[in-house]
Design a protein around this ligand. Structure first.
Ligand SMILES: [Zn+2]
Length: 103
């Protein structure tokens, strides 16, 4: 999914310079960050990847759009998908073991 990143902090000296320099660029939204990163005022943070491969977390209001109702988040260090409801790793083949429904 593609979005446009726009740094809302106007002062480059207080913002991360790598991100500030990339303001206005297109990004791929990789997924939600750990919900613990959520900010009361600006909402969730998302892992994004710029066209040059640079990856960073971005605030939700810095992105033109984000996925609605995500079911998982990506860990900060390894970008491993985890179930939002159960905070359990999501197996690429079997999914979250607690979300698996019994028939
Ligand atoms: Zn689950």
């Amino acid at each position: 999914m593609d979005a446009t990143f726009k740094r809302y902090v106007d002062d480059p000296t207080t913002a991360e310079t790598e991100l500030h320099a990339r303001s206005g660029q297109r990004v791929k939204v990789l997924g939600l960050t750990d919900p613990a990163n959520r900010d009361e005022e600006v909402g969730a943070m998302w892992h994004v990847e710029f066209e040059d491969g640079y990856r960073a977390p971005a605030f939700e209001d810095e992105l033109s759009h984000v996925p609605q109702n995500p079911s998982y988040y990506l860990t900060d260090d390894t970008l491993e998908p985890h179930c939002l409801e159960h905070t359990e790793p999501i197996d690429s083949r079997y999914g979250c073991r607690y979300c698996t429904k019994e028939d």
